[in-house]
Design a protein around this ligand. Sequence first.
Ligand SMILES: Cc1ncc(COP(=O)(O)O)c(C=O)c1O
Length: 368
Amino acid sequence: MKKISFVDLKRQYRENKTEIDLAIKHVLDSTHFILGEEVEQFEKEFAEFIGVKYAVSVGSGLSALELGVRSLEIGQGDEVLVPVNTYIASASAVSLVGATPVLVDCLEDTFNIDAEKAEKLITEKTKAIMPVHLYGQVADMEKVLRLAKKHKLYVIEDACQAHGASIRSKMAGGFGIISAFSFYPGKNLGAYGDGGIVTTNNKTIVDKIRMFRNYGQKEKYKHLLLGGNSRLDNLQASILLVKLKKLRLWNAKRLENAKLYNKSLDDLPIITPKIFPNYNHTFHLYVIRVKDREKLMKYLSSAGIPTQMHYPIPIHLQPAYKELGYKKGDFPVAEKLASEILSLPMFPELKSSEIKYICQKIRDFYRG
Ligand SMILES: Cc1ncc(COP(=O)(O)O)c(C=O)c1O
C-alpha cells in the first residue's frame, strides 16, 4: 500500500537543502539572532513581492492580526466583522484586544465572507471587516472594499492562507489598510518554526507595530508604548528569504495539482473547488465537498491517504466563544459546509501519480 503525506515538508527541504543550510549557517556564524539583517531584508523583499510599501515581521500569524488590529486602536466596545468559517485565530485576534468579533456567514461557492450578510450586521460599534482568503482564494474584495467605503470601516485582510494569491494581478495583502500572513511551516510560504508578517502602505501603522513587537521600544530602553515580544528571528528570516524566491513556482505547482484533482474527480458525486477567471487561487488547501464524509475519510485512511477538515466546527459553535451567544442554525451555509468539507493532500511536491492514486481510491469508494 502506498503511504501519502497530507503535507510532506521533507521533499521541499531535500530539494532546497544546500541553499537553506547555507543560509542557516550564515546566521549561526554571525550569532545575530534577533531582528537582524536577514529580518530587514526579508521584510523588504516580502513587501516588494506583495506590492506594498511596508512589511513588519512578527512572531506568528495570530500576532500579525492582533498587533494589526491593535495598531488601528480597535478595542473594548468595538466590533469587527469576521467570517464564521475560519481558523479560530481570525476571531481571537479581535478578542485579544478586547473587541468583539461579529461573525458572518460565508458564500457557498467560494467559502469566503458574504459581504451582503456582513452589511446587515453593521452597527455604530463596527470598526472593521476582516475578509479571510480561505484556502488560498482571495475573497470578493470588490464587494468588501465597497462596503467598507460606504460604512467607513477598516479592511483587515487575514491572508494567512494566501501568500501570492491575487485577483487579476493585485495580491492578497495589498487591499486592506493592514494584512496579516502566517509562516507556520505548512503554509505556502512556511518557516521552520512560527512566524508572521503585517503588510501595509501606512507608515504610522508600521512604526506602531515595530514598537508593539518589541516591548514598545522606539530605541533601546526607551519604551513609548506598552508592547510585548513578538519578533521573527533571523534564522527564520534567512530560511524565508530562500523560500520566497520559489513561492511563485510552488504556487503554480499547487494550482496544477488542483487542476489534476478537479479533472480526475469530475464525474463523481463530489463538489470540487471552482477556479474562477481572474482569480489566482494558490490552493493552500484543496477542499472538496462530499456526502458520507466520515466513511470516505476512513476508507481513504485505510488506503494510506490522510485527509483533514478545515474546519469541522465553525467559530460560533466553539466552546471558547460560548459567551457570544450564538447557536446552531445561526449560520446555515457555514454549518452545511462544515458537515461536507474534506481536505485532500496538497503540497507543491505532490506527484501526479499520487493524485491519480488518491482519485482512483475515491472512485473505488463510490463504486462500492
Ligand atoms: C486563516 C488563518 N488565520 C490566522 C492563522 C494564524 O497563524 P499562526 O498559526 O501563524 O498564528 C492561521 C494559521 O493557521 C490561519 O489559517
